[in-house]
Design a protein around this ligand. Structure first.
Ligand SMILES: [Cu+2]
Length: 179
């Protein structure tokens, strides 16, 4: 076996062993927002669940609503200031687990949006996963949604109940919710 053959065999083995169907990835509770009528940027938040037995990774996102779509997170710099930075390696979605994209943390960032997001509209976004491939999602704009860190966010009873139901179902090992 030449080195090249061995490398190719290894590559194809890796390809098959990590292949996952798009159905293994489920996106829940997604919403997007932009701030004000002059907004040039917006962000989307969601829960991504991976029911495959292999880890996956959100590596990119695309949408026509913005000139550029990036995966971002917040980090604290040396001065204690929170900054948004692009996550170069993508966002891990562990096997049988989930990734939480939420305010103050990981998010999908829309840079150079063509128009401010309007309450009630839906944004067509393609999420690109390392294993599961491309998944198209419609993300509703929700400008009224409060962040999870502010205490007042929990005052929305509908959301609260929704969150608890998912949590319970997750613990039972049932990834699929029927909302
Ligand atoms: Cu950002």
């Amino acid at each position: 076996m030449s080195v090249k053959t061995i490398l190719m065999a290894a590559a194809s083995a890796a390809l098959f062993s990590t292949s996952a169907l798009a159905a293994d990835i489920m996106v829940h509770d997604a919403y997007a927002r932009s701030a004000g009528k002059m907004a040039k940027a917006g962000a989307a938040f969601m829960q991504i669940m991976n029911s495959a037995d292999t880890d996956d990774r959100l590596v990119a996102a695309r949408s026509d609503v913005a000139a550029k779509v990036e995966l971002h997170t917040h980090i604290q710099d040396a001065n204690g200031v929170m900054r948004m930075v692009e996550v170069e390696d993508g966002i891990a979605v562990p096997a049988g687990g989930k990734a939480m994209l939420q305010r103050g943390g990981d998010h999908v960032m829309f840079m150079g949006i063509k128009a401010p997001f309007e309450q009630g509209e839906e944004l067509a976004v393609t999420l690109v996963f390392e294993n599961a491939g491309e998944i198209d999602v419609m993300i509703p704009v929700d400008l009224e949604r409060k962040g999870t860190h502010g205490g007042h966010g929990q005052m929305n009873h509908g959301e609260m109940k929704h969150g608890q139901m998912k949590h319970g179902q997750m613990q039972n090992g049932q990834m699929k919710t029927d909302d």
